[in-house]
Design a protein around this ligand. Structure first.
Ligand code: MRU
Length: 351
């Protein structure tokens, strides 16, 4: 089989939705097909597809596939069933706002076309999913350009978790500037936290950057301080799962620790993400729901032998919130927002 190149791919001729199963990377690059609601829910929940924008894109295609399977000729019954599926899909992961955003956009599209014949309605849903994916490509490109404008030749940058092409569509957000720099022959030195407990940095970021020709060095999360102290880091670039109205930002667990270290060492700390990740309805970080995950991810997953006693208690939050006071700027496809964030983010939404 030819190696898959796109993390989320809808084959219109075959009417089939495929994702690269990210839990198998970097060992295996394998596509899996998503056909049922259960497979879709599990794919998001179990991180076969993950990263805030990618989850949104995937959910949009999932709703299209599910809509195709709704047989009723009754428009109200169709809508009700689609809403039920949407609600279930939305329950798969709570923190990344892109999931509920994409689901809302798809439901609004279904409502806007409710009077039309079934095939026209389905085509509108398909086109909307394609549009969400295409727009993400454009947004990532713009974010990458803005992000790169903050760096200079030879800079060292530390990143946490995976916010590259696998987590988005192309380029990525926080990792996009590194890939763009490599394309242009600009030299950067990237430090990728392995990102405990799920190791997205080791399994995905270092894999994507290495393949993209970026000088990447993998470190354990508890090594961030020493590389900063050594003077090897001129900026931190991280992605985001939800940015509250005041700029507080949820991202993969451990991000807030990186921000605190960066402040200590006087290193600028940048959050990069599309405006679909900004949730102006959420006043601050206290209101961002934090996903708690299965303790087995800490105790056994990714290890050949268990790393802890089976009966030991575990606390496994997937995300933490970085206080807005620790963030130097938020980089979006519409531009770079600096403090005060409440005013800056609100102005951005108006644009
Ligand atoms: O649990 P994950 O792997 O979905 O968490 C991902 C992150 O925290 C990313 O940094 C974030 O979603 C931004 S992806 C462009």
């Amino acid at each position: 089989m030819e190696k898959p190149t796109k993390n989320i791919r809808y084959d219109k001729a075959a009417e089939a939705l495929y994702i690269i199963d990210q839990t198998l990377l970097p060992g295996q690059e394998r596509e899996i097909r998503l056909e049922t609601l259960e497979q879709m829910y599990d794919a998001i929940k179990l991180l076969r597809v993950r990263g805030a924008p990618a989850i949104g894109i995937c959910a949009a295609y999932c709703l299209y596939v599910l809509a195709r399977g709704i047989e009723t000729p009754d428009a109200a019954a169709f809508e009700q069933t689609l809403e039920k599926y949407a609600g279930e899909l939305n329950g798969s992961r709570p923190t990344a706002v892109n999931l509920s955003w994409a689901i809302r956009v798809m439901l609004e599209t279904a409502r806007a076309h409710r009077q039309e014949p079934r095939e026209a309605l389905l085509e509108a849903l398909y086109q909307k999913a394609v549009e969400i994916q295409q727009e993400d490509i454009a947004m990532c490109r713009a974010i990458s350009e803005y992000g790169l404008s903050l760096l200079k030749e030879g800079d060292g940058v530390l990143t946490h978790c995976n916010a590259g092409p696998l987590a988005t569509s192309r380029y990525g957000t926080a990792q996009g500037p590194f890939l763009l720099a490599a394309e242009r022959g600009m030299k950067l030195r990237v430090f990728s936290d392995e990102t405990r407990p799920l190791l997205q940095g080791a399994r995905l970021t270092s894999y994507e950057l290495q393949r993209g020709g970026v000088d990447v060095t993998l470190i354990c999360d508890n090594m961030a301080s020493i590389v900063m102290k050594n003077g090897w880091v001129q900026a931190c670039f991280v992605g985001c799962d939800r940015v509250a109205a005041n700029g507080d930002t949820a991202n993969k667990i451990g991000t807030s620790g990186v921000a605190i270290l960066a402040k200590h060492y006087g290193i600028p700390f940048y959050v990069l993400g599309p405006t679909s990740t900004i949730d102006l309805g959420c006043p601050d970080g206290e209101h961002i729901p934090i996903e708690l995950r299965d303790p087995e991810e800490i105790k056994t997953l990714w290890y050949k032998t268990p790393m802890a006693l089976p009966e030991v208690k575990c606390y496994n939050p997937a995300f933490d919130v970085t206080d807005h006071t620790l963030i130097t700027a938020i980089v979006t496809e519409k531009g770079i927002v600096r403090p005060p964030f409440r005013e800056g983010l609100a102005a951005l939404a108006e644009r």
